[in-house]
Design a protein around this ligand. Structure first.
Ligand code: TXA
Ligand code: MG
Length: 331
């Protein structure tokens, strides 16, 4: 399923007249509004139930002028843009003065990203003739699992008339949110990895010549970096491969209904529902959120997740799993 040309034009008109449109990207679906219309942006926060001081990413068409949105852009940013855009990399840069506080959460930086999904690109090219920016968080209620299909978005916002339209673009290819790299303090702090994703730290290092740093206390705030985030309603517990069977036996003995998400071949018969994910990080990420949503819907007492390998290529997946599991309490 993919949105038609007419639907994309209608969606662009809704955005231009201050409305909200959910649209597919290669990472997850976004809930978009005109980034230069503070009232429209305020509606995103209302619909999501998100605290107003959390900044949003501005999505740009491939031909867009980055210098319209940011100032003091370091060379490293230009290199990353040349190498990774369109694609799942968000750059935090010093904002141009006209970028509304509603978008930046009152910070002096702005997050910019050019998505590679063809429907997202068509929408961004149609909106304000490609010269605008669409502010969009992931199209889920605050703290929930991000949507990777149009149906997930419908499930999140069923019946909310403030959502003008949902564009369908099939299942998001990457499956986890973009890598976020802060370059707004380049001269003093270099590049800081605020959120790991498909574009790995190692790949960034290849392009800019140095590994990005981990966030320090003064790094720009990112809501995706809250400890508890991306969480299903059912408690999620991460268990290492060699402890999985024993843990499941314990839960079964105390009458728990277990939903299992694993990746190694060992099959476990005692779960009420089970998803076997690929043992490859990119393919695992592609299926991650849809699998969590499905397992969240089976009425289990716990979602047991086999802890993936800890190698660098798994950093994005492990980050999302750790947050999904944070603070989980079994009833
Ligand atoms: O893949 C993605 O990035 C998806 C798709 C829709 O593009 N969007 C997404 O948006 O994940 P959201 O709002 O769920 O997460 C964006 C993150 C938040 O953690 C936010 O705090 C951070 O980006 N962010 C945005 N602008 C920022 C800024 N100026 N400084 C620091 N963090 C920023
Ligand atoms: Mg989000």
């Amino acid at each position: 399923m993919s949105a038609s040309k007419e639907e994309i034009l209608r969606a662009a008109q809704i955005l231009e007249s201050g409305g909200l449109v959910a649209f597919p990207t290669e990472t997850v679906y976004g809930l978009g509004a005109d980034a230069e219309n503070p009232a429209a942006v305020a509606n995103i926060f209302a619909v999501k139930g998100r605290p107003a001081d959390h900044p949003l990413i501005v999505h740009l068409a491939p031909e867009a002028n980055v210098d319209h949105w940011a100032v003091d852009i370091p060379d490293a940013a230009r290199k990353l843009i040349a190498a990774c855009w369109p694609g799942p990399l968000t750059l935090i840069l010093r904002k141009a003065t006209h970028v509304p506080n509603a978008v930046t959460g009152g910070q002096d930086s702005v997050g910019l990203r050019c998505p590679s999904h063809p429907v997202a690109q068509a929408l961004l090219r149609a909106f304000k003739q490609g010269k605008g920016g669409v502010a969009a968080p992931s199209a889920n209620r605050f703290g929930h699992v991000s949507p990777t299909t149009a149906q997930h978005v419908r499930d999140e916002f069923a019946g909310d008339v403030r959502l003008g339209m949902i564009l369908d673009g099939g299942q998001s290819q990457v499956g986890i949110e973009s890598t976020i790299l802060d370059l707004s303090r380049w001269e003093t702090h270099g590049a800081v990895l605020l959120r790991p994703g498909h574009i790995s730290a190692a790949r960034i290092a290849e392009i800019i010549g140095a590994m990005p740093h981990m966030p320090d206390a003064a790094a720009p705030r990112a809501s995706g970096t809250l400890e508890s985030h991306y969480a299903p309603r059912t408690p999620v517990v991460l268990v290492s491969s060699n402890e999985l069977n024993a843990r499941m036996q314990q839960w079964l003995a105390s009458g728990k209904r277990i939903a299992l998400m694993h990746y190694s071949a060992a099959s476990v018969a005692s779960a009420v529902a089970q998803r076997t994910l690929p043992a490859v990080p990119d393919a695992y990420a592609h299926h991650l959120y849809a699998s969590l949503r499905e397992l969240d819907g089976v009425g289990a007492d716990v979602i047991a997740v086999e802890l993936p390998p800890q190698a660098g290529a798994w950093q994005g997946v492990n980050d999302r799993l750790r947050r999904a599991a944070h603070g989980a309490q079994l009833k």
